[in-house]
Write a protein that binds this ligand. Structure first.
Ligand SMILES: [Zn+2]
Length: 372
């Protein structure tokens, strides 16, 4: 069993609907808790199931607004209350407290016994309707919990993990992550870079400059801070989307994806490169590729960072110096002339079968079989 938690992208109507459900869940939980306390005082031995019966038959009909909300929510509120008491009786938790509005607003919902399929960027949830997420997710689950944190809503669930194997177009692909381009693949495909920071940087620094004399904590200051935070978020989102597109494409269509183990900290010491690299998000690239290769049943091969992918001729194997500003590899030995990044990506593809560090299976293992 694995679990995911991801942020939801919602319109105002949906936010209201979720807030209503969280409110419903809280209302029922608190109602149950107060009745539990009262019943206990009167010498009864309450439990969540009995309380739910009372609620369903006598209390719910008195509140017509509850009819507009999913009835699964109150079922789970009682389950949660029962579990809170179970934990308390076992000495694992404190005595259950009343829930306060705005603090850990959440509710749980299911599909009345049917499974809920989450796939891609938008998802049909029972009763709630279609919601979008900021990253593509894949899971089949029985129930989901939706919660609010710092004004944002999150979906979380646990699911049984089983990798999906998709038909692969290409057996092995080498990927060169670049500064000028986001990525160059060994089959010649190029993913353009999203210069998100560069594009928004001027705007951002203008914002920050204008904010310099504002009194900290004032209304104007807060307004400007919010604007800056939004710009930062926008930049991050553009970058994440570009990376998701790239990593999904790679994991879905290729049996083995070969990348270089970039010495990011070493490269970040070079200030000119630093910004570009941070902008392209190499760590995030690797993280996404790792879990997506698992999803789609492909293999991620990480080549040792001392492998001279840029300096080696992909045609004849000759090694020559390649300063960063030289964009074309002109081989001194065989005379081939090829784009620098394409040359590097072909070398990475060819590196499978050589001695490399592999993620998961070793590259030596993976060189056998279908590629021979
Ligand atoms: Zn050559």
């Amino acid at each position: 069993m694995k679990s995911i938690r991801t942020k939801l992208k919602l319109n105002n109507k949906q936010k209201t609907l979720l807030a209503q459900h969280a409110g419903y869940s809280r209302w029922v939980y608190n109602w149950g808790l107060s009745l539990w306390n009262a019943a206990y005082k009167d010498g009864y031995k309450p439990n969540a199931r009995k309380l739910r019966e009372v609620f369903t038959n006598h209390t719910k009909p008195l509140y017509p607004w509850m009819k507009n909300l999913s009835s699964r929510v109150y079922q789970y509120a009682f389950i949660n209350l029962g579990e809170a008491f179970k934990r308390f009786f076992k000495g694992l938790g404190k005595y259950p407290k009343f829930k306060k509005k705005g603090r850990s607003d959440s509710f749980t919902i299911d599909n009345s016994g049917k499974l809920i399929e989450l796939d891609g960027w938008s998802h049909k949830l029972p009763f709630i309707g279609v919601v979008k997420t900021y990253e593509p997710i894949e899971a089949t689950t029985k129930k989901i919990t939706i919660s609010r944190q710092a004004g944002d809503w999150y979906l979380s669930c646990s699911y049984e993990f089983n990798g999906i194997t998709t038909a692969k177009k290409t057996d092995v692909i080498g990927v060169d992550l670049g500064v000028k381009t986001l990525a160059t693949l060994s089959d010649g495909k190029v993913f353009d870079s999203v210069r998100s920071y560069q594009k928004f940087e001027a705007k951002l620094s203008r914002c920050q400059y204008r904010n310099r004399n504002k009194i900290i904590g004032s209304a104007n200051y807060k307004k400007a801070q919010l604007k800056i935070a939004k710009l930062h978020r926008k930049v991050a989102n553009i970058r994440r989307n570009a990376l998701h597109k790239l990593t999904t494409y790679l994991a879905k269509n290729h049996g083995s994806v070969v990348i270089e183990d970039l010495n990011v900290s070493g490269m970040l010491a070079n200030h000119k490169l630093a910004k570009s690299i941070a902008d392209q998000g190499f760590y995030e690239f690797r993280r996404q590729l790792e879990y997506k290769c698992q999803w789609y049943g492909s293999e991620l091969v990480v080549v040792d960072r001392f492998f001279p992918s840029s300096k080696t001729c992909s045609n004849c194997g000759h090694v020559q110096d390649m300063p960063l500003n030289v964009r074309t590899y002109d081989c001194d030995y065989c005379g081939v002339s090829i784009d620098r990044d394409l040359n590097a990506s072909i070398n990475l593809r060819n590196a499978v079968g050589l001695t490399v560090n592999a993620c998961g299976r070793s590259a030596a293992d993976s060189s056998g079989g279908s590629r021979k």
